[in-house]
Ligand binder design. Sequence first.
Ligand SMILES: [Zn+2]
Ligand SMILES: [Zn+2]
Length: 163
Amino acid sequence: MSASESLVCRRHPAERTYIRCGKCEEPVCPRCMVHTPVGVRCPNCVTYVKDPIYDVRTTVILKAALVGAGLALLGGVAWGLIQLLLPFLFVRLLLAGVLGYAMGTVVGASANRKRGAALQAIAGGSVLGAFLLAAFVAPFAAFSVYNLLALIIGVVTAVSAVR
Ligand SMILES: [Zn+2]
Ligand SMILES: [Zn+2]
């Protein structure tokens, strides 16, 4: 077999190729070859290259999401109870800022202080979850303009804490 002779891809028998996987030397066609920092790989070999990095990132995000859900639960009940005890507008707005900052900071800390859009979404989502739960605990004027303003303050402070 000469060097210029074309090979047949094992996954796509109709595809001819000159390229082999850099690890297992299986012929790979343009449809299934994967470019990695260490060269061309077949789909089989690339899973071993990619998975560890992917797993770490997924684990971090999942952990942050769990922490965010827990915070939403605790924060939501606290938010509602404080609103019941101290039904003043400035308390509501101040509380939203403090809660948002605290939730964003804890979510960020749970992800080893990594930053990113996913964490911002988790931080903002946690505040939204807490807000909805607080609306159940303290249903009065839950969706008033001021409460929505409080929600915005909470989400913005939470998101900026992980920015
Ligand atoms: Zn391979
Ligand atoms: Zn192929």
